[in-house]
Design a protein around this ligand. Structure first.
Ligand SMILES: Cc1cc2nc3c(=O)[nH]c(=O)nc-3n(C[C@H](O)[C@H](O)[C@H](O)COP(=O)(O)O)c2cc1C
Length: 288
């Protein structure tokens, strides 16, 4: 976010304010394994964790808002959902152009759908979306990102067999182009609409993940409902089920992912038109 917004921060004509969301109960980093997975039921159901009170900046109105968020379990992170559901968001974001900036492993499509719904509910106007994904690619980051979250170390590991986790530094640096475009638009006074970030390669939709994300979300919702019925986060009754769910997920990754990849390759020629339509939909509003 700092790189992306640097052109705005460094300009004398624009005033940039930063609001950092502070959960009342801080999240651990690195994450203990059970704690990491025990977070998914509340996250998928967008149950808002308590946040520390916002500063006076949250009561102001802005020409443009940049909302940077992480994806957790195919949903906006807990603090992001809490902010978007807060009364402050309603005041701050109503009728305001907003750009979302996502940094995640590479599965962000379902999360952005939830964010679009939450933004609609507070009357914000989504005019752009920037997505930065981990450099390891969908397969490499499948192990690299959770290992980073649970050990605190990015790798690479095993002599590069498991790639370095996180977004490539060069890509983070190159995200300044989005801030430069926003600065130009603000200074020229042109309307801030869907064209704001067009032609800058703001998102790249990985069409192979659309069906996977939809199926995984359904699974998270079902298991999340069961876990929420057993108690709140941290409840002892949840822990054995969370542990079982981790094993279930590992089995799913080993068995179902390769099979579904094969199936997708075989059916791709028949699905071309449908996939193109989905790609166009998910790449809105910035375009690829
Ligand atoms: C609890 C948790 C769940 C996550 N779930 C997802 C996910 O569903 N999809 C995804 O692409 N990344 C997921 N990630 C990775 C994050 O989106 C993000 O890449 C990572 O936390 C690093 O962000 P940072 O560079 O801002 O620290 C998850 C991370 C955490 C901590």
């Amino acid at each position: 976010m700092r790189q992306l917004s640097a052109p705005l921060a460094g300009d004398g004509e624009v005033e940039l304010k930063e609001i950092v969301l502070q959960p009342r109960e801080p999240y651990p980093f690195p994450w203990p394994v059970l704690r990491f997975f025990d977070t998914f039921p509340e996250t998928i159901y967008l149950d808002p964790p308590a946040l520390e009170p916002f500063g006076p900046e949250a009561a102001e109105r802005y020409d443009l808002v940049i909302l940077g968020y992480q994806v957790w379990f195919l949903s906006p992170s807990g603090p992001t959902a809490a902010f978007l559901k807060s009364p402050e968001a309603r005041t701050l974001l109503k009728d305001t152009p907003l750009v979302t900036v996502i940094a995640c492993r590479d599965m962000w499509l379902m999360a952005q759908e939830r964010v679009k719904e939450l933004l609609k509910a507070v009357g914000a106007r989504l005019v752009g979306n920037v997505v930065l994904v981990d450099e390891g690619g969908s397969v490499g980051s499948l192990l690299a990102t959770p290992l980073w979250m649970m050990t605190g170390s990015r790798g690479p590991r095993l002599g590069g067999l498991i790639p370095r986790a996180g977004v490539k530094p060069g890509e983070i640096q190159a995200s300044r182009r989005f801030g430069e475009r926003m600065l130009q638009a603000l200074k020229s006074g042109r309307p801030l609409d869907d064209s704001l970030l067009r032609g800058l390669g703001a998102v790249k939709v990985n069409t192979r993940l659309i069906a996977t994300e939809k199926a995984a979300r359904r699974s998270f919702l079902a298991w999340g409902a069961l876990l929420r019925a057993l108690g709140s986060r941290g409840a002892w009754a949840r822990q054995p089920v969370v542990a079982f769910y981790i094993l279930f997920l590992i089995a799913l990754l080993i068995v179902v992912l390769p099979l579904s990849a094969l199936l997708k390759t075989l059916t791709a020629p028949l699905m071309r038109a449908r996939i193109a339509a989905q790609e166009a939909y998910f790449s809105q509003p910035s375009g690829q």
